[in-house]
Design a protein. Sequence first.
Length: 289
Amino acid sequence: MSTLFILGSGAIGSLFASALQASGADICLIARDQQYADLLNKEGISVDGNTVHAVSRTIDNIALIEQLLVCTKAYDTLAALENIAVKLCPRARIMLLQNGMGQHHEVHNRFPDASVFAGLCTEGVTRLAHHKIVRAGIGKTIFGHVLGPVGDLPKALLHCPLKVEISHQIHQAQWQKLAINGAINGLTVQNNCPNGELIHDATIYQSMQRLCEEIELVANIEGIFFNKPLHELAKDVCLATAANISSMLQDVRANRQTEADYIYGYLKRCADRYDLNVPLINQLYTTLL
């Protein structure tokens, strides 16, 4: 059984590591240094107060990586992969479990023989400390092959106790996730508010509706159409996650880099190709980058 390696031990990486370990899967968290590996091996990962001990190693103590789940931020993807490239099998299966779009092509260009998958996750997870996470909301994760040689998703992921599915329409799903994130995240930062406030404040909601129109314009010209108006899809998410703080607002409050370039930057670059007028997208891209 080939080991499934996990790169990125933030909230989502820790959630998958703990769930996979609990299911008996052969997994390993790749640590940035020996001190961090020792810390994870000693303290384990606490999920809602329950501790699971998953194996963690540095790249120097790993032989070969054939299966890799990447849970870093989108902007860290290439740099993180470069750090482990010497141990990455040329025909590895690389699963990118991240927000945004654009990084998948960057990985394919750097590792053209690898099988690249996109993963989309709706789990609500908050990281309290390096080894402690809270699962605030139960969601699901879908994976689909996007670039490179076609490969199978590792069985460990399909047998994971989390809800994991395979999608053969991953591009459509990527766009819908990108569009909803774009409709919500930037405005929560702009207004420093939880998701629900976007629809309860009439002025903010009007801004969200105009932003959704711009995002839909970009999506449509790219051949992507949603099953109902984007502002309704975004409103549904805001209702379901009213008290949640978006990941982008969490990043801003923690003085971390955001994934704006892989959300609003991606939308802006698509719009620029067709000379579309998208002032709100451009404004959010400029202010958040």
